[in-house]
Design a protein around this ligand. Structure first.
Ligand code: DC
Length: 220
């Protein structure tokens, strides 16, 4: 059977992960959340009191830290030195540190290598910022999602609240999103950018279900 990849890129809160999960389920393929990998590097730096902006210190940390992606029943788990931290990487603190640490070339180099390796063995849908532009430029299908920043902040707040996290207001979530948008788009190394061969979908005014339908109709 043919092995192929589907790339879904876009800014935080554009609905990438929900869509990628939906696509994976519908097509019976694997899903790799690449943001989770940067989040795990960020958590490792927080746990060791290393600044996520300090390239030398982060390089030293990564050289002695084992970051692993494992799949159990097709569900992705993130491990640091053998310990499962999957449910600890979605906090606002980790989100900001992930945006900082993902700007470091040494971190991107390691994560991109792992992503290419994982996606080479099986058919995968991957979501991130640079999948279609950098990680898998030959992906069979590429999508680029966008949405108004306030809409994305509202979605992120709902998601946090649904997990019992009421630590941030809408304005705070919006400020975090704007900080990350700016940093993710302006970094020199593999910034968030829509490549010419990606299909763009603006999800501001359509539901996730409608977006999934649109995406699947392209795949069919
Ligand atoms: O998609 P996310 O919010 O879980 O991603 C967390 C951070 O990781 C985000 O600020 C940008 C970064 N990231 C990246 O630089 N490249 C990717 N392929 C995925 C995420």
């Amino acid at each position: 059977m043919e092995i192929y990849q589907i790339a879904i890129d876009g800014p935080s809160g554009s609905g990438k992960s929900t869509l990628a999960k939906g696509v994976a389920k519908k097509l019976g393929i694997m899903y790799l959340d690449t943001g989770a990998m940067y989040r795990t590097c960020a958590l490792a730096s927080i746990l060791e009191n290393v600044s996520p902006k300090d390239e030398v210190a982060v390089a030293a940390l990564l050289s002695k830290t084992k970051i692993e992606v494992i799949f159990e029943d097709s569900v992705q788990h993130m491990l640091i030195n053998g310990i499962d931290y999957t449910d600890k990487i979605r906090t606002p603190e980790v989100s900001i540190a992930a945006s900082d640490i993902s700007a470091l070339p040494i971190v991107r180099e390691k994560m991109v290598e792992m992503q290419r390796q994982i996606a080479s063995n099986q058919t995968f849908v991957l979501d991130g910022r640079d999948i279609g532009s950098n990680v898998l430029p030959n992906a069979k299908y590429k999508f680029f999602l966008t949405a108004d920043a306030r809409k994305r902040a509202e979605r992120r707040l709902l998601e946090l609240n649904s997990k019992g996290d009421y630590s941030q207001s809408l304005e705070e979530v919006l400020a975090d999103i704007e900080y990350r948008d700016k940093q993710d788009s302006e970094r020199s190394n593999a910034p968030l950018v829509q490549v010419a061969d990606a299909i763009g979908i603006d999800t501001s005014n359509i539901s996730i279900e409608q977006t999934l339908e649109a995406l699947l109709s392209h795949l069919n």
